[in-house]
Design a protein around this ligand. Structure first.
Ligand SMILES: [Zn+2]
Length: 286
């Protein structure tokens, strides 16, 4: 059932587990994520980036809600950029929106996040914001330290904005890491003690199972995933294409068709997500 994200995250906070937030951008990826959740009896947060069909994803979520009625899931606008994207997501039936103003000065981040909270809460939609800045893995060593979240600012930010959950920068990064990921667990624990709302870890991919499990033990409830799932999907399709087009294969032999490649990719996406559901401790928490 399509559920407000804050309800899923409050349950996770009380139960001390994490919920994966995989990116979805097609019917294949959305169904793969809901199948994984259905098979493991787990909650899941679908993260739709604003650059991929906001209205289509809203329609698809309602379709798959009927096909997988037992799965508690949220549909979240991931890294909500332009104000227009955020409003379109709310109108398209998303149960949550992220307003990402993490590159702006603190006061501006507060003002713009607060505005979105007022609008979203009026229609029962949850809001995620980011304080500090989670950067890109290819510049990890250069940008990691400057982006870290300050606990006192986190407390006042949550108080001033009324957001339902907060994405924090504690040493992770988006995409593949250039260098070795190292997380600030003391900082994370201090932030978790400073705010009441659930905390979000962006850049889960490539961080490592043990490091993420420890972050969840220190107070993270939502972990965003993209690169690892995408990579698993790509590898499955690559293996199938290489097998179809190997030099020694009869050129007249029937090839895998495009739809089957999509299905193979989605199956690998699903298995990679299921692995993380076990790591995050959310199996049988639906
Ligand atoms: Zn992110």
């Amino acid at each position: 059932m399509l559920t407000p994200m804050h309800e899923l995250l409050q349950d996770a906070k009380q139960g001390h587990y994490g919920i994966p937030a995989p990116n979805v951008f097609s019917r294949f990826t959305m169904e793969a994520c809901l199948q994984a959740a259905d098979e493991l009896n787990a909650p899941v947060i679908l993260g739709c980036p604003g650059v991929f069909g906001i209205e289509e994803m809203g329609e698809l979520a309602r379709f798959y809600e009927r096909r997988y009625p037992k799965v508690p899931f949220a549909l979240n606008l991931d890294h909500g950029g332009p104000f227009e994207h955020i409003i379109r997501a709310i109108r398209a039936g998303f149960s949550s929106v992220m307003v990402d103003r993490s590159t702006l000065p603190y006061d501006q981040n507060v003002a713009e996040s607060k505005e979105v909270v007022k609008i979203a809460h009026a229609v029962g939609v949850s809001v995620e914001a980011e304080l500090g800045h989670v950067g890109q893995g290819n510049e990890y060593e250069e940008t990691r330290d400057a982006g870290l979240t300050h606990p006192e600012e986190a407390a006042s930010f949550v108080e001033e904005t009324g957001v339902d959950c907060l994405a924090v920068a504690v040493g992770t990064s988006h995409g593949a890491y250039k260098g070795t990921p190292h997380l600030e667990y003391d900082l994370l624990s201090t932030i978790a003690q400073s705010v009441d709302v659930p905390l979000v870890l962006h850049g889960g991919s490539g961080t490592g199972d043990d490091l993420i499990a420890k972050a969840i033990a220190c107070g993270i409830q939502k972990v965003n995933l993209w690169t690892d799932l995408s990579q698993a999907s790509n590898m499955a399709v690559k293996a199938a294409i290489e097998a179809d087009y190997a030099p020694d294969v009869d050129p007249n032999k029937k090839k895998t068709n495009a739809c089957q490649y999509d299905e193979m990719g989605a199956a690998a996406y699903k298995e990679a997500l299921k692995h993380y559901m076990h790591v995050f401790g959310c199996v049988d928490k639906a």
